[in-house]
Write a protein that binds this ligand. Structure first.
Ligand code: SPV
Ligand code: MG
Length: 430
């Protein structure tokens, strides 16, 4: 009997998959390669359905004889290993993935395999459609995405979202860097930008329910994971209850900073009075937070302020060790220096003892550093903590100023979105 290879992601199973499999089964013994999360990264959104479940779906599909993993976006490594008589794919890739198709044709020609293409069916569900994805997104699936991202990407990219509009930019924007699909992986719920957009100072005055309302509105229209900036975490007993709420909503992680008393923004450093908590009491807080975990995928991240408050590298490293022993799932090291030297010194010393504990950074002041440099120095997550709000405010300010100065809105109009664009921005308006 002839052998046939097919490769699918199987996040949203649709009739196009069935057509390919029917054709494949009519040709011979079908091996189905299921693309791992890592294989998909850089090309498609991270699947909503996790890999083990997608593999189970594959086993259950009619016409499939064997299921294997496909660890790369390219079908070629599996084709060259299996040397199937046939490879079957939908013909839509002629326009969507011409290079991928060419590479398969070359690989098949190396040993005389044949490419079979099934015709594209109109109206087949598009798995990447944002609204379909949001309907499918449960809080548990969203919550677990952060851990999946950390395990399949060199560095996960988070950006501050202070309202649903800014979150939609982070949700939908796609860029292309050297043939790779580059997206933001998730949202940072920032105490700075949440407070500032409410006209309040970043001193833990914004109450939890207002922060949560904002997250709910963001989650209503998006699918990506969120990391929550919990400031100092407040009183341990309150923190534990708040962490339960965050998990129920589908937030993936909480970052708690080791300061005490009236919290001030870290980027002010020692220019204002700020007190770092004692190692023992902050470790206790981490232990309480850790015990409040209901979902094992939820992450409690300890944020170390030793470099911000000039307490030194040794202090930062001693604290990292203590917080991990107290149950922290990850460490965020913060710095307000213009260069990444001190965070790199920390990360490299940290990695000598901890090879796999996730490390997070917020390069607001040392913003020349690249994601590749951060990844090479041991960081797993980068957070762009305030750039969307900082860009929105000057744009609004200048529009308001121009209207006041000119006594009309004509002059500012050319720097604005058109009415048509804003009406079409959100599907369902017209
Ligand atoms: C925030 O975004 O609120 C943060 C990061 O905590 S920083 O503003 O640098 O302290
Ligand atoms: Mg903050």
């Amino acid at each position: 009997m002839s052998s046939v290879y097919v490769g699918f992601t199987l996040d949203v199973v649709h009739t196009g998959h069935l057509t390919v499999l029917e054709r494949a089964a009519s040709l011979g013994h079908v091996t189905l390669g299921v693309l791992t999360d890592k294989a998909v990264t850089g090309h498609r959104p991270l699947p909503i359905v996790d890999f083990e479940q997608r593999k189970r779906i594959a086993i259950g599909l009619k016409g499939v004889s064997k299921v294997i993993e496909q660890n790369q976006w390219s079908y070629v490594p599996n084709i060259l290993e299996l040397r199937p008589d046939y490879f079957v794919h939908g013909d839509d890739w002629v326009s969507t993935e011409p290079q991928l198709r060419e590479s398969v044709i070359t690989a098949l020609s190396e040993y005389g395999g044949t490419l079979i293409e099934t015709s594209h069916e109109e109206g087949v569900t598009n798995a990447t459609d944002r609204y379909l994805r949001s309907f499918q997104m449960t809080s548990g699936a969203r919550l677990s995405t952060l851990r999946r991202l950390i395990s399949c990407k060199p560095i996960a990219r988070f950006i501050e979202a202070h309202n649903p509009m800014s979150a939609l930019i982070a949700e939908t924007l796609v860029s292309n860097r050297s043939g790779q699909r580059i997206v933001f992986d998730g949202f940072w719920s920032s105490s700075l930008t949440d407070s500032t957009s409410m006209g309040l100072p970043d001193i833990e005055v914004l109450d939890f329910s207002r922060r949560i309302n904002n997250i709910n509105s963001i989650f209503d229209v998006t699918t990506k994971p969120m990391i929550y900036d919990a400031d100092t975490g407040g009183i341990g007993e309150h923190l534990a209850i708040n962490i339960t709420t965050l998990q129920r909503l589908g937030v993936s992680a909480v970052i708690i900073e080791d300061k005490t008393g009236l919290k001030k923004n870290s980027l002010l450093g020692n220019e204002v009075p700020q007190t770092q908590d004692k190692i023992e009491s902050f470790s206790q807080k981490i232990t309480i937070a850790n015990k409040a975990k209901v979902d094992p995928n939820f992450m409690v991240i300890a944020r170390i302020e030793s470099l911000i408050l000039e307490a030194g590298m040794d202090d930062a490293l001693t604290r990292a060790k203590a917080y991990i022993e107290a149950g922290a799932d990850g460490i965020m090291i913060h710095s307000r220096k213009k260069t990444p030297d001190e965070v790199f010194k920390f990360s490299n010393l940290f990695r000598d003892s901890y090879s796999s504990i996730p490390l997070i950074c917020v390069p607001t002041s040392y913003n020349k550093v690249t994601e590749t440099e951060l990844a090479n120095n041991g960081f797993n997550v980068v957070i762009y903590a305030n750039q969307l709000l900082r860009s929105a405010y000057p744009a609004m300010y200048n529009a308001a100023k121009s209207i006041l100065e000119n006594g009309r809105a004509y002059e500012v109009d050319q720097s604005l979105m058109s009415i048509k664009e804003i009406l079409n921005l959100i599907p369902g308006t017209s």
